[in-house]
Design a protein around this ligand. Structure first.
Ligand SMILES: NC(=O)c1ccc[n+]([C@@H]2O[C@H](COP(=O)([O-])OP(=O)(O)OC[C@H]3O[C@@H](n4cnc5c(N)ncnc54)[C@H](O)[C@@H]3O)[C@@H](O)[C@H]2O)c1
Length: 357
């Protein structure tokens, strides 16, 4: 992985267009890229009140900030044409499975047509030299064997969210084969697949680590469901740095294998029980919890990604263990109480991450 000097050397003054920049991953990415002196342009819906985007005040560091709908092809196209970005990272999406059952039409529109609009906006814009389309680990058709998924495994999505991201994958493949294979964008567009992430600044409800932080901050008793469930845990910095490494390689014409999909999953050691995570955080921070007695125990299958392609071709690995990822997240929360600026807390953790051997 690049050191901070190498990162700054490449990213300084690069014009980067991020869709979904007001979300959790997008805000971290804006903070990192602004720290590396890139010219960051964002396009997304307005942020939620309680969000990393607002709390970090990252808007002040952006070169431009557009609140717009990804489904608005005219506005999006106009922005891309006007700004002439060199690198595009497309993250705007409806990212929640439960929400996708409630609002399938919105999910399919945003995740499929939104991606189509982005690809359409990129065509004929000569400044663009690298495009990253963020999908998910949920694009793989579930196999019965407990094996790790590789990029060429069959795709399939059962719930509307997964199906919409499979749609984004297929549309990207179609655009590459139909329009970009013989253009200057050959080998410069990829889809990236990672699972759920944790980290400071995630204020989502009904997710274990944000719920624990809420319980700590508000002295509330935490109710734990399904303590024996096994989940993968990955810090948000791990996939984000993978996306940046891939974006750089594409920009520098160093990708030449015609396989546009990339996995950026956690290491197998980061699959742990919910209760183990609770106990680990309790060692760092006191809080009370009760285990809800749910008799309908049903283990959810969690996908394991085989990320050996990213390791081999980008020298990328998931750097943070589960303990380290949790410590980063809890420390982030502690530091926000010391009246340090949230942006500087994120920057400091980014530096610790980069300097970690
Ligand atoms: N967070 C995770 O654990 C995780 C896991 C796998 C994949 N992903 C993917 O990573 C990306 C970012 O996820 P996140 O967790 O930061 O989500 P988030 O909900 O925090 O952010 C989503 C972003 O997309 C924008 N957006 C949503 N609908 C839009 C629309 N119609 N027009 C314009 N912008 C719109 C929002 O404004 C926001 O900026 C998504 O593509 C998601 O599917 C996330």
């Amino acid at each position: 992985m690049d050191n901070i000097k190498q990162l700054k050397k490449f990213w300084s003054k690069k014009k980067v267009f991020i869709t979904g920049h007001t979300g959790f991953k997008g805000s971290w990415l804006c903070i990192i890229l602004s720290y590396l002196n890139a010219n960051v342009h964002g396009y997304a819906l307005k942020p939620k009140k309680n969000s990393l985007f607002r709390k970090s005040e990252i808007k002040k560091s952006l070169s431009s900030n557009t609140f717009g709908d990804i489904n608005d092809i005219f506005k999006l196209k106009k922005k891309v044409k006007l700004l002439k970005p060199e690198i595009i990272i497309h993250m705007a999406a409806q990212p929640l499975v439960i929400e996708s059952y409630k609002n399938p039409l919105e999910t399919f529109n945003t995740n499929i047509i939104g991606t189509l609009n982005l690809l359409e906006s990129v065509r004929n814009v000569k400044s663009v030299k690298s495009v990253i389309i963020v999908t998910t680990d949920k694009v793989y058709k579930i196999n019965k064997k407990n094996k790790s998924y590789k990029e060429l495994d069959q795709l399939g999505g059962f719930d509307p969210y997964s199906a919409s991201k499979v749609g984004a994958e297929i549309i990207t493949d179609s655009y590459i084969q139909s329009f970009f294979k013989n253009s200057i964008l050959k080998n410069k567009i990829s889809t990236v697949r990672a699972g759920n992430v944790i980290g400071g600044g995630d204020f989502s409800k009904n997710r274990l680590v944000p719920d624990i932080i809420f319980a700590i901050n508000n002295r509330k008793k935490l109710k734990i469901r399904n303590p024996q469930y096994i989940r993968p845990w990955q810090h948000v910095l791990d996939p984000l740095l993978g996306y940046l490494m891939l974006a750089k390689k594409q920009y520098l014409n160093k990708i030449n294998d015609n396989q546009h999909a990339w996995n950026f999953g956690p290491s197998n050691k980061n699959f742990k029980k919910v209760i183990d995570v609770v106990k680990y955080i309790k060692k760092l921070h006191n809080f009370n919890y009760v285990i809800s007695t749910n008799k309908r125990f049903k283990e959810t299958k969690y996908l394991k990604l085989d990320s050996s392609k990213a390791k081999k071709k980008l020298n990328w690995t998931s750097k943070l263990s589960l303990d380290e990822s949790l410590k980063f997240t809890i420390d982030w929360n502690r530091n926000t109480k010391k009246e340090l600026s949230i942006k500087s807390i994120c920057e400091r953790q980014f530096l610790m991450y980069i300097n970690k051997k």
